[in-house]
Design a protein around this ligand. Sequence first.
Ligand code: UD1
Length: 416
Amino acid sequence: MDKFVIEGGRPLAGKIKISGSKNAALPILFASILLDGPIQLNNIPELCDIKTTLHLLDILGIKYNYENSGVILTVGTLNPEAPYELVRTMRASVLCLGPLLARIGRANVALPGGCAIGARPVDQHLKALEAMGASFDLEDGNIIGKCDKLHGAHIHFDMPTVGGTENIIMAAVLADGETILENAAREPEIVDLANFLVSCGAKIEGHGESVIRIQGVTALRGSRYSVMADRIEAGTFMVAAGITGGKLVLENCPLEKLGAVVAKLKAMGLKIGKTDEGTEVDATGNLSCVNVKTEPYPGFPTDMQAQIMALMCIADGEGEVEESIFENRFMHVQELIRMGAQIRIAGKKANVKGVRKLEGAPVMASDLRASASLVLAGLAARGESEVLRIYHLDRGYEHIENKLNAVGACIKRVKQ
Ligand code: UD1
């Protein structure tokens, strides 16, 4: 298991290129199960979760190879079994359920694992697929689904679920008739998936809104598609500029998809704007705490909660961070406190009182975004920090230490 050793206290300056979005690439890769022809996907980030997905797709019958700066995927004979060894490391594996049922009427998918940030059930996915004609059994920790041909249905989600919306869009594009999704999630990654499917011949309207209408078609062709840039990686680097009092230019930054994040960072004192070079983030002034509540898009993303909390740890005044999406997503708090932060948790809320300086310490990464917040805290802290268990980071941030070191950070990856 690798760890990071970070020498803190260096303001970052320079340019960072934002990678393709993990959370958009994953459903688009799973959507390849639905297609007749080969696809070429560009801007796929080099990440552990992507490798796991390609490995899983290989087992399910999709061949892939890297060519011309993209990955080409071709469907062969499909196998409905997604084994636990792969699924347990990555919750997004459940996204093969909808496509497999739509394509071959069978799916045997181990119940997902992934980040330890709450119970994260898949009841909404199953309820919607049942309404479309599928039936499920749970055997030895596996979801076993079957159906004849899926049919369209009128579905109302109990809450806007990102994965649920993606799974049902993928199931509905090849179902008989029309599917209407109400209370659908509106995240930009869902819009990217829908745009990709439309480029393959799917009929989808309303993606990006809370009501999505899908007319099933009989077949989908292959296409060439470039995945959107990663808004969470971009937001994380904005905080990196902020927490080190630095100045960064982010190339390929999807600024228009970061409205809630940019509004809060500006309210804290960062200057953020477009230039010819990219998005400039200037954090050379004073910072003050704000109140933040995570919400479904276009609200403040839960995937940026840990990072903005790290920033508030060294800002003036006090602020409240409320986590309303996941019930167990404050695991970074105890670790930030080890570095000298003043944070009190009461239920879903964390009260952060800014301190002048964080102190370097050994800390333990517990999930992907929590790990990012500890790296950010380490960049700001006096002296040396060690972030243990960084395999979480490798799941979701492409070459993070190389990108940060290129703009002045001092992060060493050490084998343990
Ligand atoms: C996706 C993102 C993750 C992000 C999250 C919320 C990917 C690969 N992951 O996760 O990074 O943090 O959206 O923006 O894109 N829920 C249920 N039943 C269900 C489904 C969800 O109760 O069937 C609940 C969850 O427990 C959670 C909330 O709904 O409280 C939102 O979860 P969801 O949007 O589904 O998150 P993911 O798709 O797992």
